[in-house]
Write a new protein. Structure first.
Lengths: 114, 187
């Protein structure tokens, strides 16, 4: 077995597996991309095409882990819920991103040799 | 990257920025993007994110120099051509309404940067901005076109041809009306 793969498995132990669902990865990535500006609930719903139930539950879960914080903002007189990544969330996202990159590269190498 | 140039643009469009305000930050992002497409480029890279075209580096700079941005302190001056573009922006987007700027910037990304045909670009805007009304989307798209549309030679010729057809029709109708009136007087 490839030693890269073994180190990947080792590294995966440091990742928060609660984040490993497609919707949570998409949420974390989308919220991280706009940094300190934050992103509104309605923008996330429209861009990611997810139901209110799924969006609400997963955002709550990310808030619970401390990766995301929410605040109320006003836009053109409307009160909206906005979500921002925390420093902890940013570190977790970077770690996951780097690991996923290595994971994909490792899979590619295995396919080439096979 | 030049925050100085960004501040000169903000001064030009008449924005008094409050960096802590979400709405103001959105206006800064979208206004600078639209001006970039018009040819005033302070060098901040934009990509399509969940919010539409967005520059994380611009946000970082704006936050990092909050006081300078809010006091509109800049050593950069817009040249004549840049000033004209900023004036044009001011005329078209006079109210600096975030919703209109957001739609205009997103449409411009698809239509003018990605070179999508107008129908596909509009569909993509509607897909990303489901929370805006048809009217808000129509106004934003129309303002984006007004600000950025540069017709090709063929489009110009087609537009002239179309205008000529309308002019001919209206002339004919005017002539027919005056003929009718004259006949009415003769009778």
């Amino acid at each position: 077995m490839n030693s890269d793969f073994l180190s990947l498995i080792k590294e995966s132990e440091a990742l928060n597996s609660d984040v490993f669902s497609l919707i949570r990865l998409l949420l974390l990535s989308s919220i991280a991309s706009v940094g300190a500006d934050g992103v509104t609930y309605r923008e996330l719903k429209a861009a990611l095409r997810v139901s209110d139930g799924a969006l609400f539950t997963n955002l709550k879960s990310l808030e619970k882990t401390g990766y995301v914080i929410s605040e109320e903002i006003t836009l053109e007189g409307k009160k909206l819920q906005s979500y921002k990544i925390t420093q902890e969330g940013l570190i977790a996202w970077e770690r996951i991103r780097n690991w996923l990159k290595k994971f994909v590269e490792c899979g590619g190498k295995n396919n080439e040799s096979g | 990257m030049s925050l100085d140039k960004v501040i000169a643009c903000l001064k030009g469009i008449g924005l008094k920025p409050n960096v802590d305000d979400f709405q103001n930050r959105l206006v800064i992002q979208k206004a600078i993007y639209l001006l970039k497409l018009k040819g005033i480029d302070p060098g901040f890279a934009y990509n399509l994110y969940v919010r539409g075209p967005y520059s994380p580096d611009l946000t970082k700079e704006v936050y990092g120099h909050k006081s300078t941005v809010e006091k509109l302190e800049t050593s950069s001056r817009l040249d004549n051509s840049e000033s004209k573009k900023v004036e044009e922006f001011k005329d078209i987007f006079s109210e600096l309404k975030p919703s209109i700027l957001e739609v205009a910037a997103t449409y411009s990304y698809f239509a003018f940067e990605q070179k999508q045909d107008p129908i596909t670009a509009l569909q993509n805007v509607k897909r990303m901005k489901t929370f805006y009304s048809e009217a808000q989307i129509a106004v934003g798209v129309s303002k984006a076109k007004e600000f950025l549309f540069r017709p090709s030679e063929k489009q110009l010729a087609d537009m002239k041809e179309e205008a000529r057809a309308w002019q001919d029709a209206s002339l004919k109708s005017m002539r027919a009306n005056s003929h009718e009136k004259k006949r009415g007087l003769d009778m």
